[in-house]
Design a protein around this ligand. Sequence first.
Ligand code: SF4
Length: 73
Amino acid sequence: MEKKIEYTNGELTIIWRPDLCQHSGICVKMLPKVYNPKEKPWVKPENATTQQLIDQVTQCPSGALSYRMNKEK
Ligand code: SF4
């Protein structure tokens, strides 16, 4: 089964599919405080605004990153 790993900042959830990731590093260059492959977890969505995260996710060239908005409580 395809692997999916999710990271959330409470408002939005980032979904990362490691099998699709081409390790181009665009995410790391755009938001280095969020994406740091040397740390665990390597995605820390709390370090950017929801809008910054959306703008970045749509730049991922491989489709490895996607997102969904969390439901209102
Ligand atoms: S931008 Fe997408 S393909 Fe590139 S390293 Fe990040 S998750 Fe992987």
